[in-house]
Write a protein of this length. Structure first.
Length: 89
């Protein structure tokens, strides 16, 4: 991936690309759902294009967001209903 500008030669603006990738990774949406949502905003994006964006940009997003993720340890606690992982502070 071009480190200077990973969005060079893209048909859509980087904000549109990142918005679709973020929505796909964060919410339980299909590529066709995102395609429909973009069409509602007068942007015609094919679901296979969104798939390619996710494949291309999600590893870089994950790599850049990993240092900001909350640190956890291996201590687990349970109650009657839920199993929760305790976070380190």
């Amino acid at each position: 991936m071009n480190l200077k500008n990973p969005f060079k030669w893209r048909h859509f603006k980087k904000e549109i690309i990142l918005l679709n990738v973020r929505w796909y990774l964060r919410y339980p949406l299909s590529y066709r759902d995102l395609e429909e949502m973009m069409l509602e905003r007068n942007l015609e994006v094919d679901h296979t294009t969104i798939f390619r964006w996710v494949q291309r940009y999600s590893p870089e997003i994950e790599k850049r967001s990993r240092p900001h993720a909350m640190k956890t340890n291996d201590s687990w606690t349970t109650d009657e209903t839920y199993m929760m992982k305790r976070t380190s502070r």
